[in-house]
Ligand binder design. Structure first.
Ligand SMILES: [Cu+2]
Length: 105
């Protein structure tokens, strides 16, 4: 095994250790007053990132009060999921914008 190959294997191992296997970032888009995907699933510890592509402000507001994320025009916002369960959420400014997030333990 050449020294260069050894170094690259070590680098891959270090990457694998520093990133917890289960933590992911799930992107959800708000575009033309539509949340997509409207049904998403994730796990506790994951990050949900909403991407507002509209020139209007939106929110991602959980009906159970777990989170309320403001999304100014053309901005992103995120939340780290802390508990399991199905969460319905909507936009406070445009209540027709609705979606569901299923959080698995
Ligand atoms: Cu909105």
């Amino acid at each position: 095994m050449t020294p260069r190959r050894t170094v690259s294997i070590v680098a891959v191992l270090m990457l694998a250790i520093s990133v917890p296997a289960h933590a992911a970032t799930i992107e959800i888009t708000m575009d033309n007053l539509v949340i997509s995907p409207a049904d998403a699933s994730a796990k506790v510890g994951d990050t949900i990132e909403w991407i507002n592509k509209d020139i209007l402000a939106h929110t991602a507001t959980a009906r159970n009060g777990d989170w309320d994320v403001n999304l100014p025009p053309k901005k992103n916002g995120s939340v780290v999921l802390k508990k399991a369960g199905a969460v319905e959420y909507y936009c406070r400014f445009h209540p027709n914008m609705k979606a569901t997030l299923t959080v698995e333990p």
